[in-house]
Every structure is written in C-alpha cells, then in structure tokens.
Ligand binder design. Structure first.
Ligand code: ADP
Length: 912
C-alpha cells in the first residue's frame, strides 16, 4: 500500500518556542510493472501447474482478497467516515490550539512582569546584605562564624576586643585563639551543635569578672544545610548582678519571714537571737554576726548571741557604750551604721573585739527604739566589702523583729504575771468570772463561779435558769427585775444578793459586778465578776456585834468611872474630914480614926476588887487550893456581912449541912460568898430576910443565897455577871461598881464551878446558886501559911527608902519604923545609889518612876556596886511584864502601890 505523507508549516500561528507543523497521511493506488520475466516448458508445465495452483490459490486468495477488499472497503468506508469525523475533530483541535496560543501569549506577558519584580528583589537583597554588614559592625554582641571544622570564617567587630581576634585568625581553628573564654567545653559544645543541630547555651565568666551567655547555634544555609556554627557572647554582667541581688533579697526576705514565723510561734528571744545571727551571717556571707545587749548601769553592751565568734565570748564579751565602739556609736546615731573599712573609720574607733578578729566591714543597727534601747545587732566581714543601704534596711528589719519579739515576750510575761496576780487576787477574794451571752441565753462560768453556785464542772450549758435557780427566794424577783432593767442600758452595774449553794445548801452572800455590752443597739453581753462575800458579811456582822458590845462596855466603863468617882469620893470625904479634925488637934476623938480607917478599908476593898477582876481576866490569879470546910467558909463570909445586915435589921437564916468539904482556895471562895451576902444585904430592904443554904448533891456542893429584896428582871439575869453591869433603880445612886458578880463568876469558874441567878421578878427577891465540884483538880500547891503582920517576929533591919513622892515617903517611913526598922530615905535615884554605899542597908525599897534615873537603873547600879541585900521595887503597875522586868534588873520583890503593912512585913520577915 502506498501512503502519501505531507508535512507543511503552520504559518498563521506565531508560537514563541519555535515553528509548528501539520503532518497528513494519504493512501495511493500502485502503478502496473514496466517489464515481465520469460519461462521454459517444464517450467511451463510446472509453471502451469504451479500457476494453476497459484491461480487457484490466487483465486481463493483473490476471493479472500475480494472479500477482504469488500471488508476493507467497508472498513475504508468506515475509516473515511472516521477520517471525516477526525477531520472535524482536527478542525476543532485547531481551534483549541489557537485559543492555547492566545493563552501562551498572555502568559509570556506575565513572565515579563515577574522578571521585572525579581530584579527589584535582587536589589533589595543587596541592600539587606549591606544592612547585615553594617549590623555586624555596629552590634556589640561578639559573634564568630565557624565552618564545620570549627575554623573561623567571620566575626563581628565586638568579638575583636573581647576575644582579641584579628584577620590573621581567619580560617584558623577556634582553639588557636587560646583565650580564656575559649575552653575545652567550647569545642565540645560546638561539636555537639554540629551533631544535634540544637543550640547550646552556657554562662561563662571572663577574668575581669564579667558574665556572658555563650550561645552556639547551628549555621544554616538557605537550603537548610548546616555549614558550621555561630558563636555569640552576650554580656549579662548587669543582669547577673541584678539577679544575684534579687536572689540575695529573696534570701533576706526568706530570713525575715522565717524569723517572723519563729517570733510568732513564741520562740524564746534568746533562741530567736541565736537563729537571727546565724541566718543573717549566712545571707550576707559574713564572718560574724552578734546581738549586743545594752547595760546602762555598766556603761557597756554585752554579747548575748553570736555567730562566728569563739563560743566563750558569747554571754561574756563586752564593748563600751561610747564612741569607742561601733555599737556605742550606733546607740547614739539611732540609724543603721555602715562601715566600709574599719581601719579608716573616722566616726568612732573600732573596739578591741572587732579589731582583734580582723573585722573590716560591716553594718550595725539598733534593736528596740525605746529608751533605753535593748541593744545593737551587728554583722561583720573580714574582707573589705561594700554593704548597701538595702543591706542595712534588711538588717534593721531583722533587728525590728527581734525588738518586737523581745517586747512581745516582755508583754506576754507582764500579762502572764498580771494574770497570775489577778488569779491570785481572784482566788484570794473568791472571785469568779461570769460571761453572759444575752442573745443566746448562754453563760460561761469559771470554776470559782460554779463552786459558789454549787454546780459541777461538767454541767453544760449554763443558762440564765441555772443562774436564777440558786437565787434566794427573797432576792429572786428583785434580781430578775434589776438585771432585766440593767440590760437595757450599757454600763457598769452591781448587784448584791444571796445564793443557796446547790451542792451543800449553804447560804452565800454574793456580789455580782458587771458591765453590759451592747452591739447594734441591743444588749449582747454581760461580763461580770462574782464574789462570795459570805465570810465578809459574817465578819461585818460580828464586827457590828463587837462594836455594839464595845459600845456597851464603853458605856458601862463610863458609868463605872462615874460610879467609881462617886464611890471614892465618900471615903475620901470622910478621910479629908478626919484630917481636918486632926489638924485642929481633935485627936482625942477616937471616932475620927475609926471613920478614917473604915474609909481607907472601903477604898482598899474597891481597889482590890478592881485589881482582882483585872488579874482574873488576864488569868493572873493562881489558886491555892486546900481542903476546906464549907461551914467555916460561909461563917467567915457571914462575919463580914453581918454588921451591914444588922444595920438594916435584916434576918439572916442559915441552913448549912455539917461536914461539907471540898478542895478549893478558901480566900477566893470567901470573896465569892462575901460578895453574894453583901449584895443580898444591899439589895434587900430594911427588915428583909436573907437565907443561906448549903448542901451536897451528888459530887457537888450547892450553896444558895436567897434574899427577899428587889429581885432581878429576867433579861438582866445573865448580864448581871458582866463586868461593870449594874441595875440602878431610877432616882437612886448606884450601890457598887458592878465588879463583884463578875469577879465572883470568874473565881467560881476557876474552881470548875458555876454560878447562876434566879428571880421571880422585880420585888420578889433573888436567889444566887453556887455549885462547886467536891473533888477539884486544881493547882495543888500547898498554900503558904498565913503570916502575922505584926512587928514581933521581924528583926531590926536597916531599910533605905528611895521615893520622890513626899507623902508616900512619909507614910512608908512611919510604917517601916513601926515594923522595927531603921529607916533612911532618898528622894532621887542617884542620891539613893550613893546612900546604898554609905548607909549599907539590909533592904532597899525603890520607886520605879524616879525623876532622874529609873528605879531599874538604881537596882542595876546597886548590884553593879556590889550591893547584896534585898532590893524591892515599888510600882503603880504590877502586871507580869513589869514584874519580869524588875526581876531581870536585880530586884528580889515587886510591890504594887500602895504597899500595905502586910506586904512590907511579909518582905521583912526572914526567910521570905
Ligand atoms: P455592885 O457593886 O453594883 O453590886 P455587882 O457585880 O455585885 O456590882 O452586881 C451587879 C448588879 O447586879 C447590881 O448592880 C445589881 O443591880 C444586881 N444585883 C446583884 N445582887 C443582887 C441582888 N441580891 N438582888 C438584886 N439585884 C442584885
């Protein structure tokens, strides 16, 4: 088959990337051959056969070909049709190509534009490159660019000065720099960056002490390849210093916080100071720290806590409180004192303590800004350091904390002490605490309060009802009312009431003193003290009673004094009357002596009774018991009373059982019965009757003295035995001193007996009954035999009388002479002492109250001068102490004034 191929250029289209062509393929019909070959017979036969065969074959082939042709024709027809349609497609493709060509043209235009833009970018890049170069030269960050073999490729100018690098070092290994910032680890770090493509940072310090952050980053190309490292040194000295300072501040604040916590948790100031000096020294990295306590009296400061110092200095070392020490200067300056160099210090001279320990720098500040301050806190370093104002502020805050802790501790101790005192006072005063929450109707009571109310410690809750239940029924309404009213107004209130203790049912007097507190205009609390004043009330009551009794006694005493005056006046009047008569030489009248003697006797009896009562009251009378016959006793008493009864024509009836005996002091019992008989006589009218009856009942002797006289009011029956008590009928003078019965009662009681009075009432007479035990366990000292008071048995003796009162001197001299004595007198102490030496008496009577020296001194001097005779003191006082004093200074006897004949003769009788 023949095919015609036609290639022709496409002219209409103007393609940018070259010429376009169209290629077309066309089938051609073959032309017949110009020459045919000649053949033999055989050949012809053969050839015929062959030809025939061929023909046949050709026929069949032809047939086939025809068939194929037909088929081909068919196919051609179809192809033709396809070609037709392909042609159509080609036409449309052609159209599309034309359109594409159009697009290509516009694309070309765009490319032109992009090209122009790229040119611009390139220009910009050149600028940027310039900028970068300038940046390099202007930056102060020393930077080096190293290739993968760590050879120096580039560096910034800043690196020149830091690393002393120059152009000669380019393309040399970084280690060749031999600078201190280029160390072994730098090479390692670079290699690590090259391996891991991760930057490595490290802080390094140069020999000047400046700090840098050395940063090694991978050097990346645009294609993100690593082609070395970039080594940059950023100076962070400032930052580092600031950081260090911030760290220091942080530590300081931590110290302040820690000490604050310790202070708050109540750590003892001494312990706190120890902690403080340790922490402060640590924070400042200082060699020493100390707390010095100011001792104003000693004019120094003593180290009470220290760190860094030898242990033996703590508690002992001292520095002066003057300008001769940093601490002394700090005390005065009141502000923190910063010392840069102690050697050059001008404000004060360094104390031995600091100089000895090579201190150079430091700070000190005041602890406690009160007057006087507590002391000084100091921190010191051996190296010269520059402490800042901030350091001083920190130290001051530690000092302030110590000061607060000390003051708090002192305050706590003061509070504790005052609480203790308060508690002691509360306990001593039996004072309880009462806290009433009014809104919630709840009360809080302490132990004392509960005890007063008699409720257990466990009882809870305590309510107003608990309070109210114990109130005495008579006080309850009043107190409820008063408390309700008081709650309405804030302020102080006091209530006094009675409480019946719930536990022991005892009555307690209570004082509730409290304050009502209002909040939001309403009563919220009543805080009060509760005091049990029962004891006080009782004492007040007994005091009132005592006062009343004292008033009674005082009144009776006054009455007694006026009566005494009256009683004494009568005998005195008689004596002075007698004396007048003696003056007028009417000596011959014996009645005068009798009256005077009687008067003296009356006065002596009065005084004896008084003195006896006094001595009985003071238990100064000693009984001299002996077996006594009661009849004998009563007869003696009757003998004394009979004359008076006879005067009043009274009838005396006795009924005394014979043989009644008891152990008693006869003199004293005689005194008792005489008193009762004399009273019976006194208080019974003329012609009345007095009965004396004595008998034994069981182991007692009973004696009744009955009269038909005035009688006694029932209310006076007990009181008549009180000293000085008298019942004086109206418009009548008292008839005694009110001493007799009181004395009688005491004397009977001394005999373990009783005395009582009975009366049917006024005008119906009285009965006095004395009951005495028969066997009395009394002081059984045998009584001294009665001495006769005459001069018969007294040998003649020389008696010196020293007395300044002329009257007593005179009468005593007469008495002594009547007692057979040779008497010499002296009217002063010193004269007496001289007379003792010259007169050489056997007995010296000395008045105690002399004008020059006292009787005691006379005795002492006499004894000192060798006087061995009897020394007798004369004194208006005769109580035990006075007698004891006399004995001590050398007196042998002590006589109460006025000395009687009996007293004198007893002393002058040999053997006494
Ligand atoms: P006085 O010296 O006053 O008699 P007493 O102590 O002996 O003192 O007596 C005290 C009081 O007792 C007397 O003042 C008198 O009122 C009363 N009294 C004593 N004895 C009798 C009595 N026998 N009859 C009535 N009253 C008497």
């Amino acid at each position: 088959m023949l095919v015609r191929v036609t290639i022709s250029p496409i002219k209409e289209q103007n393609f940018t990337d070259g010429q376009a062509y169209t290629i077309s393929f066309m089938e051609e019909q073959p032309r017949p051959s110009e020459s045919a070959p000649t053949l033999s017979q055989d050949d012809d036969r053969g050839a015929n056969a062959d030809l025939e065969q061929e023909l046949a074959e050709t026929k069949s082939e032809l047939q086939n070909t025809i068939e194929e042709l037909e088929t081909s024709t068919e196919e051609l027809r179809a192809s033709h049709e396809e070609a037709l349609s392909t042609n159509e497609e080609l036409q449309s493709t052609n159209e599309e190509l034309e359109a594409s060509s159009e697009e290509l043209r516009s694309l070309n235009e765009e490319l032109n534009t992009v090209n122009a833009q790229l040119k611009d970018k390139l220009e910009q890049l050149r600028h940027a490159n310039n900028d970068l170069a300038n940046f390099f030269s202007s930056t102060d960050i020393p930077t080096l660019f190293l290739d993968p073999d760590l050879k120096i490729q580039r560096y910034t100018p800043a690196a020149e000065s830091l690393l002393k690098i120059g152009p000669r070092d380019l393309d040399h290994h970084i280690s060749s720099l031999q600078r201190h910032l280029v160390e072994e680890d730098l090479i390692d770090d670079c290699q690590q960056v090259l391996r891991n493509f991760q930057p490595v940072q490290r802080e390094v310090k140069d020999f000047q002490g400046r700090w840098y952050i050395r940063q090694i980053t991978p050097y990346r190309t645009e294609a993100r390849r690593i082609e070395g490292v970039v080594l940059a040194f950023q100076d962070v000295t400032k930052f580092k210093t600031l950081n260090q300072r911030a760290q220091q501040r942080e530590e300081q604040q931590a110290v302040v916080a820690k000490l604050g916590m310790l202070a708050l948790s109540g750590t003892e100031p001494v312990e706190l100071m120890q902690q403080a000096v340790r922490h402060v020294a640590h924070v400042f990295n200082a060699d020493y720290c100390k707390v010095l306590r100011f001792q104003p009296e000693q004019h120094n400061l003593r180290m009470v806590a220290g760190f860094g110092w030898p242990q033996e200095l703590v508690g002992k070392a001292t520095v002066a409180d003057s300008h001769f020490s940093q601490a002394g200067f700090t005390l005065r300056s009141k502000e923190p004192v910063i010392v840069d160099n102690l050697m050059e210090e001008k404000r004060f001279s360094g104390p031995a303590l600091l100089l000895d320990y090579q201190v150079r720098s430091g700070i000190s500040c005041l602890i406690n800004h009160t007057d006087p301050p507590y002391g000084v806190l100091g921190v010191h370093a051996r190296e010269q350091r520059k402490f800042t104002q901030e350091d001083a502020t920190f130290l001051q805050s530690v000092a302030n904390m110590l000061s607060t802790a000390i003051r708090t501790k002192e305050a706590v101790e003061t509070i504790h002490e005052s609480e203790q005192r308060l508690k002691m006072a509360r306990d001593a005063g039996n004072i309880g605490i009462h806290d009433y929450d009014i809104q919630n109707q709840r009360m809080v009571w302490d132990e004392t309060h509960r005890q007063i109310w008699g409720i257990s410690q466990e009882l809870e809750p305590i309510t107003y009802q608990t309070f109210e239940q114990a109130l005495h029924p008579d006080d309850k309404d009043r107190i409820n009312r008063e408390i309700a009213t008081a709650l309405e107004q804030p302020g102080n209130h006091t209530w006094e009431f009675r409480v019946i203790n719930a536990a022991d049912r005892t009555l307690r007097f209570v004082v509730l003193k409290g304050q009502v507190i209002h909040s939001n205009g309403r009563p919220s609390r009543l805080v009060a003290t509760v005091q049990d004043v029962t004891e006080r009330k009782r004492m007040e009551q007994s005091l009132r009673q005592a006062v009343w009794e004292l008033e009674q006694v005082d009144q009776r005493k006054n009455e007694f004094l006026s009566i005494l005056g009256h009683e004494l006046r009568n005998p005195l009047a008689a004596i002075s009357g007698g004396l007048e008569m003696l003056e007028q030489d009417q000596v011959a009248e014996p009645k005068v002596f009798e009256v005077m003697q009687h008067s003296v006797e009356t006065m002596r009896n009065l005084l004896d009774d008084l003195l006896d009562l006094n001595r009985v009251s003071q238990n100064k009378i000693e009984l001299a018991p002996e077996r006594v016959d009661v009849r004998f006793l009563l007869d003696t008493a009757l003998q004394q009373a009979t004359p008076q009864c006879n005067k009043k024509q009274q009838i005396l009836v006795t009924d005394i059982k014979p043989g009644l005996q008891l152990v008693a002091d006869p003199t004293r019992l005689e005194q008792v019965f005489t008193n009762l008989l004399v009273n019976a006589c006194k208080y019974t009218p003329r012609g009345g009757q007095i009965d004396i009856k004595a008998y034994q009942a069981d182991h007692e002797i009973r004696v009744h003295v009955r009269d038909s006289g005035l009688g006694i009011l029932p209310e006076d029956l007990d009181r008549i035995f009180d000293p000085f008590f008298q019942v004086t009928p109206e418009n009548q003078a008292p008839q005694g001193l009110g001493v007799g019965l009181a004395l009688a009662k005491k004397l009977v009681e001394m005999h373990k007996g009783t005395i009582e009075a009975h009366s049917e009432g006024p005008g119906r007479g009285s009965v006095f009954t004395v009951i005495l035990p028969i066997q009395n366990q009394l002081n059984s000292a045998a009584p001294a035999p009665e001495k006769k008071t005459t001069a018969d048995h007294i040998p003649r003796q020389k008696v010196l009388l020293i007395e300044d009162n002329e009257n007593i001197l005179f009468t005593l001299q007469l008495l002594l002479e009547s007692l057979n004595c040779e008497v010499s007198v002296a009217s002063s102490g010193l004269a007496g002492v001289e007379k003792i030496a010259s007169f050489e008496p056997d007995v010296v009577l000395v008045d105690i109250g002399l004008p020059d020296i006292s009787g005691h001194e006379v005795a002492a001097q006499a004894r000192a001068n060798g006087y061995r005779g009897l020394l007798v003191a004369l004194s208006g006082y005769s109580h035990q102490e006075v007698r004891e004093k006399s004995r001590q200074v050398g007196f042998d006897h002590h006589l109460a004034k006025p000395a009687t004949m009996a007293d004198l003769s007893a002393i002058l009788t040999p053997g006494n």
